[in-house]
Design a protein around this ligand. Structure first.
Ligand code: AMP
Length: 560
């Protein structure tokens, strides 16, 4: 099926083909087919992770097919498609010593069913800790032994979470809409509330369910609403008469779910991070939970020392359990700055205008020890906003968030409803696509990183840097990057784009060095964004826009 979908470049044909396939599936198969179509082994909300790197997969292919590493990596360099590489390797499998079983013809190939494949993936994901890599490899060998080269191509894409299926984003939702004769608007709404394409397909199939009446559910995090970049206050005011202004604080985005019995915190990639912030959870007494529940809040976790935010990386070490949390609660307590409310008792607030949500938040949530309702002002003139911006900067914020008071909560979307105005230099979220071995103090570490922005179907390199990281971070990245190695290069290695870094720079220049024509001047890594996915990186279009805005600014400054 996916081969047919991939073969056509026509959007409507892709949708129609996949829609009729979805109609034929059982309720067990339907969600799985949806995850696989987007290049994911499991639902994003399940917390299940396969934890099997590209390099280990390559070892398995090498083992199964007897093809040399150079041959495999050479193919990848030409095609840059791991699924096709696995298909190629299985087709061109070199003869291996034959077992007696295969001589007597006992090893028959069984066709994989969707559910059968799920069993294998589940098993691979279950192995954890010491010895798990070997066990995972063995399972994968079993799976691939019984797979045709074409099946192996798609298995590889799912296991390495390669999202090049051409079925990303809205296309799958369109196919679900068509398959089950629903309205696009209601399917997209269901996705916003459920955050799980498999579940969306199931509810869309069931016509007794009114999709628009679905509500966010406790302990099922929904995607965070995102903000677009604003160039200036004038820019923000040009599209909105009034703006809700809040400080943009530099912390860790989190969604807090309050139930009668307990509270749980989720990161922006829907991971449960409750364990990392006991002081925030402890702010809710038993009685208070009973009074408020069910409630879903949106906000930012910030660690404060002497009233000033401390480095973001500190929060991540708590989440990764690399730190004694009790000691950290003592030395660097965390606070939850709440800026939004998405569910209050049984009422979904996603379609309620922001100004109303703010009123409700203020009237319903009391002041608590480690919970701070974020201060906000509604302004319509430049001077007020400028003063607010100056105040925010003095208090250690990155800038302002400027929000349309009438905006609905658009989960997972980066729209114009929320704008971010930073006074610090702009930053870009970029992927590391290659790394060079370091010299001197950095010997033994992969430390000069090749940085790329997202193109339509590829990545565009726009700079390199070894600046901004600690020794521990170099060591950590060296380990992670080696697991993502695609090929050895004269400079070091090229890697599968998976790691996201936030990069500061002095300015953007036109460049003949990189095919994108753009280069960052004096790039440095502000932080490793383990909380962001590769789909979240900035596009080359954004880089070009920033470049043009910079030119405009220079022209204005020259005239003045
Ligand atoms: P960025 O990560 O640069 O795209 O900026 C958006 C992020 O700023 C959000 O995901 C939040 O983590 C963070 N943030 C800080 N303050 C606010 C605020 N007042 N409203 C919304 N997001 C905020």
């Amino acid at each position: 099926m996916m081969e047919k979908v991939d073969a056509t470049s026509k959007k409507n044909e892709k949708i129609a083909l996949f829609a009729s396939f979805l109609q034929q599936l059982s309720v067990n198969e339907l969600p799985l087919a949806c995850y696989y179509a987007t290049g994911q082994p499991f639902s994003e909300t399940s917390g299940e992770k396969i934890q099997f790197g590209w390099s280990s997969f390559m070892n398995v292919v090498h083992q199964l097919t007897n093809r040399t590493n150079d041959d495999l990596r050479g193919f990848y360099r030409k095609k840059a498609d791991f699924g096709s590489l696995v298909e190629y390797a299985l087709l061109k499998r070199k003869p291996q010593p034959q077992s007696l079983g295969s001589y007597f013809g006992q090893i028959e190939r069984e066709e994989h069913s969707i559910e059968g494949m799920h069993e294998y993936l589940r098993k691979i994901a279950t192995y954890k800790g010491k010895g798990s890599l070997k066990a995972k490899k063995n399972q994968l060998i079993q799976l691939l032994r019984h797979s045709s080269p074409l099946e192996a191509k798609y298995i590889a894409r799912v296991i390495t979470s390669d999202t090049r299926t051409g079925f990303r984003g809205g296309l799958l939702l369109d196919a679900i809409t068509k398959a089950f004769d629903r309205q696009g608007k209601s399917v997209r709404y269901a996705y916003m509330v459920l955050s799980d394409v498999g579940e969306v397909a199931l509810v869309a199939k069931d016509h007794s369910i009114d999709l628009l009446s679905l509500k966010p559910r406790i302990f099922h995090p929904i995607r965070s609403m995102l903000a677009s970049k604003a160039e200036s206050i004038e820019d923000a005011l040009s599209s909105n008469k009034k703006l809700i202004c809040e400080p943009k604080i530099d912390g860790f985005r989190a969604q807090l779910h309050v139930d009668k019995k307990e509270c749980r915190l989720y990161s922006r990639n829907l991971e449960d991070v409750t364990h990392a912030f006991p002081e925030i959870i402890a702010s809710f007494s038993d009685d208070l939970r009973k009074e408020l529940a069910p409630m879903i809040l949106d906000g930012e976790v910030v660690a404060l020392v002497a009233g000033k935010p401390v480095f973001f990386q500190d929060l991540l070490t708590r989440i990764q359990r690399k730190r004694d949390i009790r000691a950290s609660v003592e030395s660097t307590p965390c606070y939850y700055y709440v800026f939004d409310i998405l569910l209050h008792q049984e009422e979904s607030l996603l379609n309620t205008p922001l100004s109303k949500r703010k009123e409700l938040l203020n009237s319903q949530l009391p002041d608590l020890t480690n919970i701070i309702k974020m201060e906000y002002y509604e302004y319509q003139n430049f001077v007020n906003i400028q003063n607010q911006l100056n105040r925010a900067i003095q208090n250690g914020s990155e800038g302002l968030m400027l929000k349309d008071p009438n905006s609905e909560y658009q989960a997972g979307k980066r729209g114009k409803g929320w704008l971010k105005l930073k006074v610090t230099l702009p930053t870009l979220d970029l992927a590391i696509i290659g790394a060079e071995w370091g010299h001197g103090r950095r010997t033994g570490w992969l430390s000069n990183y090749h940085l790329a922005a997202q193109g339509t179907n590829d990545y565009h390199m726009i700079g390199k840097t070894f600046k901004g990281l600690t020794d521990n971070e170099f060591a950590q990245l060296t380990e992670q990057l080696q697991e993502l190695e695609l090929s050895k290069e004269p400079y070091g290695i090229s890697v599968q784009p998976k790691i996201v870094v936030e990069v500061e720079f002095d300015n953007i220049q036109e460049s003949s060095k990189y095919p994108s024509g753009m280069a960052l001047r004096f790039a440095r890594i502000k932080r490793i964004r383990n909380d962001k996915d590769i789909e979240d990186i900035d596009t080359i279009e954004t880089v070009r826009q920033l470049y043009h805005q910079q030119l405009e600014r220079q022209k204005r400054a020259d005239k003045a």
